[in-house]
Design a protein around this ligand. Structure first.
Ligand code: FES
Length: 79
């Protein structure tokens, strides 16, 4: 099953060193790009990301990246 596509663009987030983040892989979360539990009952599970430094990252918003949880430009190739 393909994930839902919340947006065909990445989400820019300032992550904090030492914090963990749960990236939504199913696309159904209402708190994109993070998991809100909406995947329950589906084949999808969130992907944990442990920030080792405080910086700006671009989380995948189309859920089709091959470099999850980050944007790899895959949204540009979606129909
Ligand atoms: S809500 Fe999408 S993976 Fe949890």
């Amino acid at each position: 099953m393909n994930p839902f596509v919340p947006q065909k663009a990445p989400y820019k987030v300032n992550v904090q060193a030492g914090e963990s983040y749960y990236w939504c892989s199913c696309g159904q979360s209402k708190s994109q790009p993070f998991c809100d539990g909406s995947h329950k009952g589906s084949e999808f599970v969130p992907m944990k990301f442990d920030a080792t430094e405080t910086k700006e990252v671009y989380f995948c918003g189309c859920k089709n990246s091959l470099n999850k949880p980050f944007c790899d430009g895959a949204h540009n190739k979606l129909p």
